[in-house]
Design a protein around this ligand. Structure first.
Ligand code: ADP
Ligand code: MG
Length: 462
């Protein structure tokens, strides 16, 4: 009988608090016993961390609904700590989830593709080609560059945290790795970790599920330098923010350096707890802009040189003028030109460069469309800001603009509904599906609307 009640309870919580709460916190929880005589309900958690968490956050929820489901007034809820949950199924699942991205650093935990950081002076996943030396400095990024260097030189004392934000493909990840690479070279014993926010989140969720939160926290507290890429993806992930808040404080108190990148200023990260937001703005916040022509030319020449090719001024200028959106694309165009010249055994020339860049049918991957490109185009067209799209404002026009953005994000990228929803600060991915269907229908029936969408698509691609 308790099992059925527990299922009903989970269904209700799912509706009220969202499925993430159930998935993250309540999945391994058991409704253990109901002592009717004393009116005490015993709930058993798989570990102390989960026990403390649900006790502090969800006691009222338990009380309200269990009392109703059990038809009793004012029950007392007692949360119990761990007993063993080491069923083979769980262990098997744990192995799958923990490899390779999760918990690989725990000294007690070895998986086959683990990069063990325990005691560790490993490069982690730093890309060795993203260094300060290979980064071209221009007026668009000189402040961020100087800050990154200062931080790498003097860990934890000057600007902590350092927060670098800017549009996609403008060199944020490059700078992040450069800091790590620099430190690794200077102090080989320093413990550096580069982590994307997505990986951080997954790792945290798996740590809870598999009772490894202590290892998770231990791993982060051991670091000298923590590099977190794309922190905007922590939006609306309440529990992860909580964990991160504590890790942040521990590292910061110990004068360990933290560097973040993001596509927006901290204030515009949607669904971010206030106290975490203020932490992100504590140190130095600096931005990267699109490069001016001269910087683009310098980058092209430097990249060509790294491929052992000389690029004439003429070609460099042409390519730099053609490619406007970002440096990732600039690099892509250059690589295509070099590849074409080498494959067809023709010398590099302006004519050849033109031919390659104008042979318009660019393969899709060469011109990756990302969320920010889409939202930028949509916002530009409708004169809104990305923060409007992410806001809760439900005005009719804004709702339509948001739906158009969602439609294009679904159509033009291979990202999941969930990712699209969360980028726009929407908790429920069914909103995205609904938007897609709605816009799709309108495209089929409304010619003007269709041409507008086509115009947006072409704007995004160029
Ligand atoms: P972001 O993280 O901002 O989206 P990345 O750091 O991934 O962008 O940069 C995209 C590509 O452009 C990378 O290959 C990077 O090396 C290159 N790049 C960006 N900025 C510069 C720069 N100033 N000098 C040299 N290469 C750069
Ligand atoms: Mg990046």
């Amino acid at each position: 009988m308790l099992k059925g009640i527990w299922q009903d309870f989970l269904t209700i919580v799912k509706e009220e608090a969202g499925s993430r709460v159930v998935e993250t916190w309540l999945k391994a929880v058991i409704l253990k016993e109901w002592d009717q005589y004393h009116n005490i309900i015993y709930v058993e958690a798989p570990n102390i961390f989960v026990k403390d968490w649900i006790e502090s956050k969800y006691t009222d929820l338990f009380k309200t609904h269990l009392s109703r489901l059990l038809n009793t007034a004012e029950p007392k809820i007692i949360f119990l700590g761990p007993v063993q949950v080491t069923t083979s199924a769980l262990q098997h699942a744990a192995q799958q989830v923990t490899s390779p991205a999760v918990m690989e650093k725990g000294p007690l935990h070895k998986t086959k593709n683990a990069v063990v950081v325990a005691g560790a002076h490993q490069l982690g996943r730093l890309n060795p080609s993203y260094t300060f030396e290979t980064f071209v400095v221009g007026p668009n990024n000189s402040l961020a560059y100087a800050a990154a260097q200062a931080v790498a030189e003097q860990l934890g004392t000057q600007y902590n945290p350092l927060f670098i934000y800017g549009g996609s493909g403008l060199g944020k990840t490059h700078l992040l790795h450069a800091i790590g690479n620099y430190l690794q070279k200077k102090s080989p014993h320093a413990v550096v970790l580069y982590q994307t926010t997505d990986r951080f989140v997954n790792e945290f969720i798996a740590a809870i599920r598999f009772n490894k939160v202590h290892l998770f926290q231990e791993k982060y507290r051991k670091l000298d330098l923590l590099l977190i890429d794309d922190i905007q993806f922590i939006s609306n992930k309440e529990q992860t923010q909580e964990a991160f808040f504590h890790i942040f404080n521990a590292l910061h108190d110990a004068h360990k350096q933290i560097v973040f990148t993001s596509d927006v200023f901290p204030r515009y990260i949607n669904g971010l707890e206030e106290r975490l937001r203020s932490r992100l703005e504590w140190g130095l916040v600096t931005d990267i802009h699109k490069p001016p022509l001269e910087t683009k030319i310098a980058i092209l020449k430097k990249k060509a040189a790294s491929h052992n090719e000389q690029l004439s001024d003429e070609i460099a200028e042409y390519v730099a003028t053609e490619v406007i959106s970002n440096i990732r694309e600039l690099e892509g165009s250059l690589v295509r030109i070099l590849a074409f010249s080498s494959l067809t055994k023709q010398p590099l020339s302006l004519a050849l460069a033109k031919k390659v860049l104008q042979s318009c049918e660019r393969p899709k991957n060469d011109n990756p469309v990302d969320f920010s490109k889409i939202t930028q185009s949509v916002c530009r067209h409708y004169s809104y800001k990305i923060t409007d799209l992410r806001s809760n404002n439900r005005s009719k026009e804004l709702a339509l603009v948001r739906q158009v953005a969602m439609y294009l994000m679904k159509k033009m990228t291979d990202k999941s509904l969930r990712e699209i929803g969360s980028y726009l600060g929407r908790k429920d991915h069914s909103t995205v599906l609904y938007a897609y269907d709605k816009v799709n229908k309108q495209v089929e029936t409304d010619k003007q609307f269709k041409s507008l969408i086509e115009q947006l698509e072409s704007d995004i691609l160029h």
